[in-house]
Write a protein that binds this ligand. Sequence first.
Ligand code: HSE
Length: 310
Amino acid sequence: MTEIKIFCPATIANLNCGFDVLGLCLEGIGDEMIIRKVSEKGIRITKITGADLPMETEKNVAGVAALALCKDAIYRVSIEYGFEIEIHKKIKAGSGIGSSSASAAGAVFGINELLGRPFTRHELVDFAMKGEVIASGSEHADNVAPCILGGFTLVRGYNPLDVIRIESPSEIFAVVLHPHIEVKTSDSRAVLSPTIGLKDAITQWGNLGGLIAGLYTQDYELIGRSLQDVIIEPLRKKLIPNFDQVKNSALDAGALGAGISGAGPSIFALCKGQTIAEQVAYAMSNSYLDTGIPFDMHISKVNAEGVKIM
Ligand code: HSE
């Protein structure tokens, strides 16, 4: 095998109560990448379509993640060749559904396949996370983990990286409203406070535990009760026009919960079943119309597979 085409899915990070630790993988929305083995050593980005991103390997999230993998791969396999990477972006940068993570995850997944899989999918998360630094200024795995592993994922710890994959209850659907405005992750992180109060911390970790318990026991009511964010959402929602109206319309239409997808501006809702998801998508769209800002709507099951060869 000397060339592969890869589908790199979009993801929703944080899921309200799990800032920087929780995420889920979406179906149907994602980038495509082509990774090619070539005789000239090194990593080169040879083509990018759909976005204006740096072609220099060291400045591109896919390039940085690929370099991190290759640096460690030499201890497991002999690499007498190089790699070319083509990135065909379908996920807009700064959309809040894991655009940079999809590129980082696709690069490490593709190169690992061409090397004969020296690393497990879990091990790939660490390399992909290195690419995230370029996009957001910090290493976090809550988008790259679900992109690589599929399903819901929890980053139990960062030092060392400890990622747990969580099976998704069968009837969970995600609805995403993506306004066509860009919010840079670094800007969205800059509005956050470095410290939090004990009362809010107690509320947040209670909800995080509740959400994980709800996912494992398929208790949709508990999932809904736990989809709360008292720490990040109050600070970030001002970056997103009509956020409260859209969230309330999703809840009124029957969503289990709703909030900011990743660093925003996308707004997500989780629903039980496709029919409710469609009603929620309709309600969310209606409550965004008066902003005059164009937007896309996505309805997706949870993608259990993650990044894959097409
Ligand atoms: N957890 C990250 C954030 C996800 O909310 O800043 C976006 O990269």
